[in-house]
Write a protein that binds this ligand. Structure first.
Ligand code: SF4
Length: 461
């Protein structure tokens, strides 16, 4: 019987892209991927460590895995494993801890190959000729910086119609609250050629929309020689894009990296989805300074207003952290007024969580958890209202929809401007990966109902 392997992934899209690659490694060794609630021989928990909550979730998953099969091997990888390996190894349920730096060879350890591996190719910019490597940068790279990546992914998981593709990893910034640079190392870019080949490969496997992700997406290209700006990398990528990829969606881009050229690309390029996530973190300049963010509230406002002008019906998301040390009621109230005045469509709200080793964790004026909860509630209420208004504003408009999966009496779909929807139509009329244009008939609390009508459906061939 082949080895049964179950994955569970926490955190960002980059981590999810990492899991796609790990799952593919398992498949290439004839392993069987099973659901994490099923009995498996190996459970892999790919963790995040952005908050205490993420750490706690990982520990819960580990315990549940061992309960499901006490004989299984329970493996923890990802950012939590990178920054706190001893804490995880101390858990009786954990058999193996492998940080991000060891992810590349994780499946080799668990399931050694019996036949030679297909030829691998250089994966990240760090291995490529021309990378700018000062001695200081060298020190901050992972010990395993010279590593081989898979030539290409050979199968896509259930998210096959819109997989995430990692074009960059790590971060060179040092935001006071953030543990990510410690968990992921400095910024390393995948080469344009590598990303283009991966995209073609994804297209061949059935992907219609691909989400470009990175820990610091706006730094994609910056570690290469000559240095290439993110908007230039994107422009070159779009020029040579495999025509089978119908939609390209960007992940999160820092406000100081949203350039007029990037906004123009989002406005004008038919393949780029009218959607951008721009982290705000705080809408107060004093708090932003303490966080060591590299922009002011006024600059952020300018970016969001320009984006809205370019994308009148597009989706604009923002991360907001509440309760950073030193965030007073006055800061928060002042920030709320700014946030209310900005034309975003949804917020991702999360509480400050002190991470050992970060500057913010030892700052004075830590905010009481009950205050954080109150502030979270105030922002989540606003986000819910705005999200619904975004859905309602689409009623009667024609959008492009991607079929994600079938559900009872219909299909789950997603619009180019990030409205989740359902379309009710006869079975077999649509298939995952189909694209079609249709009007929104009704807005609901969870998205939109879409009228299929007689519009053209472009299927995947
Ligand atoms: S930009 Fe700041 S918040 Fe984002 S990963 Fe880098 S250090 Fe963390």
């Amino acid at each position: 019987m082949s080895t049964r392997v179950a994955f569970q992934t926490l955190g960002c899209r980059v981590n999810q892209a990492d899991t796609i690659a790990l799952e593919d490694e398992v498949r290439s060794r004839d392993g069987q991927l099973v659901h994490h609630k099923d009995v498996a021989d190996i459970y892999v928990v790919n963790t995040c460590t952005v908050t205490h909550g993420a750490d706690a979730d990982a520990r819960k998953m580990v315990r549940r895995a061992k309960r499901l099969n006490p004989d299984a091997q329970v493996v923890v990888t990802g950012c939590y494993a990178q920054v706190a390996p001893e804490a995880l190894m101390a858990l009786p349920e954990v058999d193996l801890v492998v940080g991000n730096e060891g992810k590349q060879t994780l499946i080799d350890k668990l399931m050694p190959r019996t036949a030679p591996a297909p030829e691998a190719e250089a994966e990240v910019g760090a291995q490529q000729r021309g990378l700018r490597l000062s001695p200081r940068r060298m020190d901050r790279l992972w010990p395993s910086r010279v590593r081989k990546g898979k030539a290409h992914i050979t199968a896509l998981p259930e998210t096959r119609t819109r997989p995430f593709i990692k074009v960059q990893d790590g971060c060179d910034y040092s935001c006071a609250f953030c543990i990510i640079p410690q968990a992921r190392g400095i910024s390393r870019s995948f080469s344009l050629e590598y990303v283009q080949r991966q995209l073609s490969n994804y297209a061949a496997l059935g992907a219609r929309e691909v989400v470009l992700t990175g820990i610091h997406l706006g730094h994609w290209g910056k570690d290469l020689t000559p240095r290439v700006a993110f908007d230039e990398m994107l422009s070159r990528l779009l020029e040579g894009l495999d025509p089978r990829i119908a939609r390209l969606r960007l992940g999160s881009v820092e406000p100081n990296e949203v350039t007029p050229r990037l906004i123009a690309l989002l406005r004008d390029h038919p393949t780029l989805c009218p959607h951008l996530h721009v982290p705000l973190q705080s809408a107060d300049n004093e708090v932003l300074r303490r966080m060591r963010r590299l922009y002011t509230v006024e600059q952020y406002e300018q970016v969001i207003l320009s984006l809205r002008q370019a994308l009148p019906t597009g989706a604009i998301g923002a991360d907001v952290m509440v309760g950073h040390p030193g965030e007073t009621d006055q800061h928060f109230e002042r920030g709320l007024r700014v946030i209310d005045g900005l034309p975003w469509t949804y917020l991702h709200v999360f509480p400050f969580s002190p991470r050992r080793g970060t500057a913010s964790s030892t700052m004075d004026d830590q905010v009481h958890p009950s205050v954080k909860t109150e502030r979270m509630r105030a922002l989540i209420r606003r986000s819910d209202v705005r999200r619904h208004l975004h859905y309602r504003s689409q009623v009667g408009l024609e959008r492009q929809w991607l079929v994600l999966e079938s559900k009872q009496q219909g299909y789950k779909v997603l619009s180019d401007n990030y409205v989740p929807g359902v379309v009710y139509c006869p079975a077999d009329k649509l298939h995952p990966g189909d694209l079609f244009n249709a009007k929104v008939s009704v807005a609901t609390s969870s998205g939109a109902e879409v009228q299929l009508g007689s519009s053209e459906v472009s299927g995947y061939e």
